[in-house]
Write a protein that binds this ligand. Sequence first.
Ligand SMILES: [Fe+2]
Length: 311
Amino acid sequence: MAMTGVLRPGHAQLRVLDLEVSRKFYRDVIGLVETGTDKQGRVYFKCWDERDHHSVVLREADTAGIDFVGYKVLDRATLDQLERDVRAYGLETERVPAGDLLETGERVRFQLPTGHLFELYADKKHVGNGLGQVNPAPWGPDSERGMAPTRLDHCLLYGTNIAANKKLFTEVLGFYLVERILGPKEAGEPEVAIFLACSHKTHDIAFVEYPEPGKLHHLSFRMPTWERVLRAGDIMGMNNVPIDIGPTRHGTTRGETIYAWDPSGNRFETFCGGYDPYPDVEPITWTHDGFGHGLDYPNGKLHESFLTIVT
Ligand SMILES: [Fe+2]
């Protein structure tokens, strides 16, 4: 098996201002599949083609934002080893007990230098995508409700000291740098954004340097085609969902995209495309001057709202 270590984004817990409004939005407009509610009142969802119990958890709170993100690792031995590696690297870790999240095993949690709570876990119940494991149909009823993304693709997080995150992710967690964005020449061209993969995607997680720690820029949902991104845009229009950017194509990662806001002001993305990097690729660099096209390739434009609004 070629793929070991950290496998993929597994879950994100979002803070929302009104749980019932948000539940309806994530279920009926985005088109996620609701899979449970726990004793704390948190609501669980998965994308239709994901096979694990959940990938998005909503918690009602007074402020929007993200509580934590969790990444699935290959198995328990990998989890134990990565926990030892993270501790040896100098970060404190804690074990969140099995069952704290529904149908999920123990999680190893630690705080990133950017201030975000990050988790690794090995076990989550396989519930399937509703199509079965033998002679499955290519799609089913859950794949046609709302925007119907196929999976949680990545998250972009804003915080302090992304250089330290890069070191942790590349030296300890087994990620590799796919693309990066530089700051202005007069500031010495520091890396102001990094796109990291643990797999064969243009990014499984990305970070932007920001003066405040622990901020969410967006959660990204994978769409199977550009037409499905455009259809998601139609559904945003039909439901008066406020759009930030798009439909357009990024130069950075080459993805096709629309960004919009959920009812609490958390930004989300409907995304497809990109290319297929391997761990031995040389990272692509976007200069400060070239980043207008990195963000919005056709327009070559820096969008103020995209660069400044986070939760
Ligand atoms: Fe994204």
